[in-house]
Design a protein around this ligand. Structure first.
Ligand code: NAP
Length: 252
């Protein structure tokens, strides 16, 4: 019988920001494929953990506020301690701050760059050391359309996500020959809490919808398949790729 290259049984996946939205969709998608899950989150919410466990795999929570870099440095060691190994890292958690550039505060700049870029770098480096040593691993960063485009009123977010795309390529160049795949997913416009302001703005919401070739906003379910592909053997020869999951937005 042909081997199922999408089977993640026995693999351990660390997913940041899995309490809701895209991260929750990805955690559940990897768990359905058999992976044990480590949820990295700042809240005490156990709803995702309960849904993952109901799928018959192990699921531990590592508490971490990703704005606190000393806490971030403990995440991979704690995950290895809890599960024995880390095979997959999904850097999903992120924050948004919207304001015209002339009014954008230094605090907002620092918060966005810390959570969306520096914590991603630290987690990549720590997981990468572990994965390079065992010559196996999958890292999936969550980038954005603004890894390619400028966005509007989101200068720090655009800067961070642009850098996440480049970091993905830089690490792939170093680690692809070491059995470690580093890739990114590029979400388009997804109906999650992060976009509440856009969804509630009837003009921007309509303008965005009209520009999406697929004719709908994305949802967390749309990320299960792409994340599974990049987390599994199916993508063993895919390195440094930014996979758009955007309803066709970037091609338009
Ligand atoms: P979301 O619904 O707002 O969820 C964000 C997640 O990140 C939540 O689980 C949140 O946890 C967590 N998080 C935020 N700050 C954190 C911190 N300091 N420490 C620990 N966890 C933290 O957002 P989403 O739309 O699913 O976005 C997920 C990823 O996709 C982000 O990287 C985002 O930039 C990216 N993305 C989204 C879109 C989109 O259209 N939605 C488009 C492009 C890229 P709490 O529950 O504690 O807040």
């Amino acid at each position: 019988m042909m081997k199922n290259v999408f089977d993640l049984t026995g693999k351990v996946a660390v997913v940041t920001g899995g309490t809701r939205g895209i991260g929750k969709g990805i955690a559940l998608g990897l768990a359905v494929a058999g992976a044990d899950i480590v949820l990295v989150q700042r809240s005490n919410d156990t709803s995702t953990q309960e849904e993952v466990k109901a799928l018959g795999v192990r699921c531990e929570i590592v508490h971490c506020d990703l704005i606190n870099l000393e806490e971030v440095k403990q995440v991979i060691p704690k995950a290895i301690e809890a599960m024995g190994s880390v095979d997959i890292l999904v850097n999903n958690a992120g924050i948004q701050r919207r304001s015209p550039a002339v009014d954008f505060s230094e605090q907002d700049w620092d918060d966005v760059i810390t959570v969306n870029l520096k914590s991603v770098w630290i987690l990549c480096q720590q997981a990468g050391r572990h994965m390079v040593e065992k010559k196996s691993g999958k890292i999936i960063n969550i980038a954005s359309l603004v890894s390619f485009q400028g966005g509007l009123f989101v200068p720090a977010y655009t800067s961070a996500k642009g850098a996440v795309g480049q970091l993905t390529k830089a690490l792939a160049n170093e680690w692809s020959s070491q059995g470690v795949n580093v890739n990114a997913i590029v979400p388009g416009y997804i109906a999650t809490e992060m976009n509440t302001a856009l969804i509630n703005d009837p003009v921007r919401s309509r303008q965005i919808l009209e520009r999406i070739p697929a004719g709908r906003w994305g949802n967390p379910e749309d990320f299960k398949g792409p994340a599974l592909f990049l987390a599994s053997e199916a993508s063993n020869y895919v390195h440094g790729h930014l996979l758009a999951v955007d309803g066709g937005w970037l091609g338009r």
